[in-house]
Design a protein around this ligand. Structure first.
Ligand code: LER
Ligand code: MN
Length: 270
């Protein structure tokens, strides 16, 4: 397994994690700690200088395992289940730009589908919104497949979304989408809230486990709460999971301490 740290390429309401306003400063710090990659939260890929980003990542020998899309919902309210067709179209169009950014890298980061699913709206039936979501994801999965890009559906806890809170829900949605390039992003913070058993739910992902987010029970760095990371990483090893684990954590007590402590706890377990 390889270890990454999530940072945002732009300021965001979702607990922006960045050490330095300058991306290169973040890359240098993570590379120096020994991380293998940086997962990027990207609100608007079209506004990024992809060539510059690639140059910096290559300089520090860092890979990009995944691109987050949730800021497009948090900051701009773009969602696959929005009642307004124009907003739904913009959500799909935005993720299309994440696919284009992913296609610039080798290996290609996967595109995360989390909060951009949206939330149930009082004027729209669940069945209707669900149909829109599946339709959006089938379209994007097809377009991603043509460019070698994979997607990861992230179960997210009930306080943030009511579309797909657990692995069982993600597996059902993935079956409906019916595409090989769609899997699961398992986030230990959400799983701690929603899953009856961390180990059983991890195993239930099977070969659909495409990516993992690590955060402790309080969303601080691993080791700061009561999530059993030794067991989780042992389960992943037993499953022969060879992908990435990315720390997606609050910058507490400060981001440098959080990244350093994560590395100390997780690196011996991967
Ligand atoms: C995104 O990966 C995530 O875990 C969400 O909680 C973002 O709010
Ligand atoms: Mn997450």
């Amino acid at each position: 397994m390889k270890l990454a740290f999530v940072i945002s390429t732009q300021p965001t309401q979702f607990q922006a994690i960045a050490f330095d306003p300058n991306f290169e400063g973040n890359a240098a710090h993570l590379a120096n700690l020994g991380y293998d990659g940086i997962e990027l939260g990207v609100r608007e890929p079209a506004k990024l200088d992809a060539a510059e980003l690639k140059r910096t990542l290559a300089k520090y020998r860092l890979a990009v395992p995944a691109l987050g899309t949730g800021q497009a919902f948090v900051e701009e309210h773009l969602a696959f289940t929005d009642p307004d067709a124009a907003v739904r179209d913009q959500a799909v169009a935005r993720v299309r730009t994440h696919i284009a950014l992913a296609a610039e890298f080798e290996p290609k980061p996967l595109v995360i589908i989390g909060l951009i699913r949206g939330k149930t709206h009082p004027t729209i039936s669940r069945a209707q919104a669900h149909a829109w979501m599946v339709d959006a994801l089938q379209t994007l999965a097809r377009e991603g497949a043509a460019r070698g890009v994979r997607f990861a559906i992230e179960p997210i806890n009930r306080y943030e979304t009511d579309w797909v809170n657990d692995v069982a829900g993600a597996l059902t949605l993935i079956d409906e989408i019916g595409a090989d390039n769609v899997g699961i992003l398992y986030d230990t913070f959400h799983a701690n809230i929603e899953e009856p058993s961390i180990e059983a739910s991890l195993r239930a992902c099977g070969a659909r486990l495409f990516h993992v987010h690590l955060a402790d029970s309080n969303r601080w760095y691993p080791g700061a709460g009561h999530t059993p990371f030794a067991n989780i990483l042992a389960t992943l090893r037993e499953m022969r999971y060879g992908g990435w684990v990315s720390a997606e954590i609050l910058p507490k007590p400060d981001v440098k301490t959080a990244a350093g402590e994560t590395f100390k706890t997780i690196k011996p377990l991967v």
